[in-house]
Design a protein around this ligand. Structure first.
Ligand code: E4P
Length: 218
């Protein structure tokens, strides 16, 4: 499963990229607002840090303006992936951008039927929002599993499932068990995935016993 960092915070992206842990980045207008940075500038900086896809989201609601915005975003760097909302206008724009050979990420997916349309539109990625379904007492992980099953029924569906709105380590496990192709995860959650109390306890014991031998490797 590919791991994308779900953030527009450049310091966190650098840290994770240097650790070799991330395959790409997703941003959205809310994350850009949170960063306090200029959209085009911060996306250009991020695209220079990571080699993989950097999702940058259009903000227009109609296809024609989405396509104009996509031209601006795509010109930033070759690894920009145009993020589009899962609406009829977004799907039309997705089809047109796919025909131009651009990467696309169709976002705000909350149903199998929406994911089917994203695949028909030729999306590179579809982003089902797990956490936002859980927020309203629905089953986000079940949606990932169902989209996986639906896509696997048809060889012509090549869209990758990018599990999004993941807020916890358990969400990440859910995404992997559901067979998501990629998961986009907030940096703090990515770093938290390395933690286990038995790892810390075991390491303490090994280091204590090693010190008692009086030996040194170097
Ligand atoms: C990423 O593509 C999504 O925009 C993001 O994961 C949404 O996460 P949220 O539901 O926690 O805002």
């Amino acid at each position: 499963m590919k791991i994308f960092a779900d953030t527009a915070e450049v310091d966190a992206i650098r840290r994770l990229s240097e650790a070799g842990l991330i395959d790409g980045i997703t941003t959205n207008p809310s994350l850009i607002a949170k960063s306090g940075r200029n959209f085009l500038e911060v996306v250009a900086e991020i695209a220079g840090i990571v080699d993989g896809p950097v999702s940058a989201e259009v903000t227009a609601l109609d296809t024609d303006t989405m396509l104009k915005e996509a031209d601006v975003l795509a010109a930033i760097a070759p690894n920009i992936c145009i993020k589009l909302p899962l609406t009829m206008d977004g799907l039309r724009a997705c089809k047109a951008l796919t025909a131009k050979g651009l990467q696309t990420n169709v976002t705000l997916c909350f149903s199998v039927n929406q994911a089917i349309l994203a695949a028909k539109a030729g999306a590179t990625y579809v982003s089902p929002f797990v956490g936002r379904l859980d927020d309203i007492n629905l089953d986000g992980a079940a949606l990932l599993r169902d989209i996986r099953t639906a896509y696997d029924n048809y060889e012509t569906f090549n869209t990758q499932i990018l599990a999004a709105s993941l807020r916890t380590a358990n969400h990440v496990t859910d995404a992997a068990l559901a067979g998501a192709d990629a998961a986009t995860i907030p940096p703090a959650v990515i770093e938290g995935l390395s933690k286990h109390p038995l790892t810390d306890k075991g390491l303490d014991g090994f280091i204590k016993d090693w010190k008692a031998t009086g030996q040194s490797i170097l």
